[in-house]
Write a protein that binds this ligand. Sequence first.
Ligand code: SF4
Length: 427
Amino acid sequence: MTDDATVPRLEAKSGITKASLPDPFFACLHRALSAYRGCAHGCAYCDGRAERYYVDGVFDRDVAARFNVAEAIGRDADRGFASLEEGAIGVGSGVTDVYQPLEARLALTRASLERMADTGQGIVILTKNTLILRDFDVLSRFRNALVMVTVTTLDTRLAALLEPGASSPAERLAVVESARKAGFRSGVMAMPLCPGLSAERESADRLFAACRDSGAQFIQPGGLTLRPGRQKEHFMTALSGYRPDLLPLYGDLFSENRASGMPKTGNRETEKMTRWFRVLDESGMPTKIPHSIYREHLSLPDAVFVLLCHMADLYGTRGVSTARLRASLDRYAEWLAAERTALRRKRIRPCPTDPFPLTRELTGRLVSLASEDSARREKPAVSGPDISRAKSLDDILDNERLSLFLGDVILNGAVFDYPTLSLSVSP
Ligand code: SF4
């Protein structure tokens, strides 16, 4: 590894976050701090430019590095942050790419991975750069690895505008192919699909077909968000030099200047995005990290949480009312976070025969709650379910149909297939 006095330095105070709930986007419980801040890939749509992330200087030029990141990660790993509970470690974020060009010289991400590889955890990693191929040897030391690659268009001219510093779309799809050949799980984040550019039928159809050919196990499409301020200004400037005819469309879509960056509701572009979900569903391609993948690297209680989050999104995209499901999700999240906090206070230590003691305890509780359901249903109904004294899954979810469904997942190992929204029990 080469230190470099010309690179702005940041201090990593902690290396692995200690979350009480898993991240449904990455399907991981733990998150590792990125080695960089700012990103030389310089994507025109990058959220990292938004004021809310407080990135100083020119976002794609003044990239800062945390030279001590591997040390901080190692310290947290040794303290048990990632060893008491089973749950993959997520690497990557929407505001920096851990494999941006500087990594070729500094190898800080590689050093971080090396410190995490022996925690016994899985890894979930996201990038737009072929540099990740260099580290397949380290990734293969994790219990399992999910390599996610962002590809938003096959059009190289458009990619040069939207993602000027990243590897070409074809190179990124080759990473997916290589990851599958190496025995990793792999999928594509096809986001953002930009109106009038990459979100149009011909462009999206070609992209999805190429992702499928590369061996992608899922394709997650997503729309563009533009937060008012630096992010929106940068994108509109780039667009004006490439397709000025689209400026009125974008001006209208983002005329409400929402803090979240979301376009105005009820616009035709959102309807188009719904169509992409339908096209992928009909072709049997999952539009999120599939349950069959993350159940292998998350604990059962955390996998149930991610499943509920994904179900709420999947049914919502299909126009089904999800108010009841979301209420149950909130109740489950409350139960899971409270149980985890209580178990962490006990300061249980791992040992060679019991490497994830907290996970074992938490899973045991969930299994006994699910087992209790059928017996509880034969008794008179309880009034006003109380999560703090829950004796069955019904008490937590307050939704008998859902608890029956989850009983199959928890007790029988059933897997939920996203394209068909159906359960199947593994042979
Ligand atoms: S690769 Fe990600 S973090 Fe880097 S500029 Fe592009 S969107 Fe931003």
